[in-house]
Design a protein around this ligand. Structure first.
Ligand code: PEP
Ligand code: MG
Length: 378
């Protein structure tokens, strides 16, 4: 870029992340068509925001937002989300040497909930560890940090920190429909130990005469193959299930979700992930538990079609993707999604899953309007 002559023509494609220098007439014409389609889609998405999230054949879908940072809350509300399906709490720890106190957390949780008076806010316990530890921790270096001291494992080993967070959530529950969920669960004991801590902290709040919500629902994120295989028994101990497909894909395929070299093989459309997703939705329905998906998968056209076909009806996605997800839901019809999912469940490769979804999607949407992502690599 530094070496470009003044007056040189360039095509800058923010979606693809490319710059084309000195494009040909043909390339300029193609870019104009792409840009036209982008604008068409943008106006469709804008219109969708005020519309209900129901499929073309009238099935109701619940859309919530994922919140990493406080400034995203307003965007989630503006995009018509029915609450927060994943409130990540790690930002509370960033850039400080001391852990946030109970009052500070409680105030933050109730402030978020005020934006959504008729919908839930699902607070996730600290998902620290992996490769990110806040300054307040003295964590040892690990050879495989994503297979090590992370998330619920850290919380249960640091009970004072966890108890403070639990008390804050219990107190917020007295004022709003907040719920609590645990990341990276792989053992039933992790749910039971958390429940014990919740009981103890409730008793303590009782003794201190502080108001709290005794009916705080405790949910489990299914993010490991262990949790997916055990989901029937985990569901019996949980108030709801939320599937973290980013981690579930990473741990099922043994592919680091951040590894650029492996990116073409990192896909939730791998048949192994598809089968686990089916198992999770079936077991949750069996227990009559709400089951949602809060990983990135739910905001991409083909994976979303698959999830609807498998039976998922609740999604939580990043704030900016909410209009797209709402619009997609309104184009899809459930029988078409189900027939695609049935084929996907028998498919031998991720490529086959992709192809059947793409083929079925074409019946409902002009695929040129969308970025469907690359075919999974082999
Ligand atoms: C996930 O793993 O899919 C998820 C939602 O959690 P995070 O991306 O924060 O690990
Ligand atoms: Mg995760």
């Amino acid at each position: 870029i530094d070496h470009l002559r003044r007056g040189t023509n360039v095509i800058l494609d923010g979606t693809l992340g490319t710059i084309l220098i000195d494009p040909t007439e043909e390339e300029i014409a193609e870019a104009q068509i792409r840009d036209g389609k982008r604008l068409t889609l943008e106006s469709k998405l804008k219109d969708a925001v005020g519309q209900p999230s129901i499929t073309a054949d009238g099935v109701v879908v619940t859309l919530r937002g994922n919140v990493d940072l406080p400034e995203e809350i307003e965007v989630v509300a503006e995009n018509g989300a029915e609450g927060v399906g994943l409130l990540r709490t790690e930002f509370l720890l960033i850039g400080r040497n001391e852990m946030p106190g109970e009052n500070e957390q409680m105030e933050f949780f109730t402030r978020v909930a005020k934006w959504f008076p008729n919908s839930p806010v699902i607070i996730r316990s600290y998902d620290v560890g992996g490769d990110k530890f806040p300054a307040a921790f003295r964590a040892q270096r690990e050879a495989n940090p994503f297979l090590g001291w992370r998330a619920i494992r850290v919380c249960l080993d640091e009970p004072e920190m966890f108890r403070t967070q639990i008390r804050a959530v219990l107190r917020a529950r007295a004022l709003a429909d907040v719920r609590f969920m645990l990341p990276l669960v792989s053992q039933l004991e992790e749910i039971e130990r958390t429940r014990d801590l919740m009981t103890e902290e409730s008793e303590r709040l009782d003794r201190d005469g502080i108001e709290y919500g005794a009916d705080l629902p405790l949910g489990v994120m299914v993010e490991t193959p262990a949790a997916a295989m055990m989901v029937d028994q985990f569901a019996e101990k949980s108030a709801f299930i939320s599937v973290g497909t980013n981690d579930l894909t990473q741990y099922t395929l043994a592919i680091d979700r951040g590894n650029a070299r492996m990116a073409s093989k990192f896909t939730a459309l791998h048949p192994a992930v598809v089968r686990l997703l089916k198992r999770i939705v079936d077991a949750s329905n069996q227990e009559r538990l709400e089951v949602s998906v809060c990983g990135e998968m739910a905001s991409e056209p083909l994976p979303l079609l698959l999830l609807i076909g498998l039976g998922y009806r609740v999604f939580s996605t990043s704030p900016v993707t909410l209009p797209l997800v709402r619009w997609l839901v309104r184009q899809f019809d459930v029988p078409t999604a189900e027939s695609a999912a049935a084929v996907a469940l028998e498919a031998p490769t991720a490529r086959d899953v992709y192809e059947v979804l793409e083929w079925r999607l074409r019946d409902m949407i002009d695929p040129d309007l969308l970025d469907l992502g690359p075919l999974p690599g082999s």
